[in-house]
Design a protein around this ligand. Structure first.
Ligand SMILES: [Zn+2]
Length: 261
């Protein structure tokens, strides 16, 4: 990593020793990278109120020796997305998106689409948008960008297209739909879709981000989509998404895949 200037959305911040902070950010040209802001806890001038999770920064950095961390020399705030910090539901969804982005990306593996998706998500959360719908769209599109797009056009076993009058579920192990007819033969985990949610996700999977902004997904459909995407993701990662329990609580939902809390 050489010296340079870039933009990035902060995914994680932690204190380091007496004076420093460690930040992980997602940049369109560097991907996910982690650096150290020396003196960030003391220096009021250079970094104050800038190194907050989910903020979009313009930074100047230089390489560090040895451990792969970069050194954050300067940071300018491009967008603090302030209302994420003052609305609990927006904050929870930002945490969910940040955690998924950390899990589905590798260091120094830039994908401008993932950066755009993160920036879209933080911007949408500051608008009057249902955070659960934003979470569902982010999750779906991140899976696509990371190479795990669920195949939602037709039954993955008999090839029957999605149409009314037939029920469909997501086959978690395959990442494809299965139709009701094939469903009877499946003993593995499947998650049933309502036709409305399924049609929404099909549309959202390939829409431009600016058109995605206009899609209105109801709270129930958003929650249904999230439950399915979350289970699919658990299967892919073999790991829990910690922010999920808070996302689920936002909807006041008791879901079968989560013990009641
Ligand atoms: Zn089928």
């Amino acid at each position: 990593m050489s010296s340079g200037r870039t933009r990035g959305i902060i995914l994680h911040v932690s204190d380091h020793g007496e004076a420093d902070k460690i930040i992980t950010l997602y940049s369109p040209d560097l991907g996910r990278v982690t650096g150290i802001a020396k003196g960030a806890k003391r220096s009021k001038k250079r970094f104050v109120n800038k190194l907050e999770e989910f903020s979009l920064l313009q930074i100047i950095y230089r390489p560090a020796r040895g451990d792969g961390l970069f050194i954050l020399s300067e940071a300018d705030l491009e967008n603090a997305y302030l209302s994420i910090r003052t609305h609990y539901d927006r904050y929870v969804v930002a945490m969910y998106a940040g955690e998924l982005a950390l899990r589905f990306t590798r260091e120094h593996d830039p994908d401008p689409e993932i950066f755009s998706l993160l920036a879209w998500t933080m911007q949408e959360l500051t608008e009057e948008r249902d955070p659960l719908a934003v979470a569902a769209f982010f999750h779906l599109r991140l899976l696509g960008a990371a190479g795990y797009e669920p195949q939602l056009a037709r039954c993955g076993l008999c090839n029957a297209p999605v149409e009314n009058g037939r029920d469909f579920a997501l086959h978690v192990g395959r990442g494809t739909l299965v139709c009701a007819r094939c469903l009877n033969e499946q003993r593995e985990a499947v998650l049933p879709f309502s036709m409305q949610t399924l049609k929404f996700l099909q549309h959202a999977q390939h829409a431009d981000l600016k058109n995605l902004t206009r899609l209105r997904l109801s709270r129930n459909n958003a929650l249904e989509a999230l439950r399915i995407l979350h289970r699919y993701t658990q299967h892919l990662l073999q790991h829990d998404i910690h922010a999920w329990s808070q996302v689920r609580k936002l909807a006041g939902a008791q879901t079968p895949d989560s013990p009641s809390a």
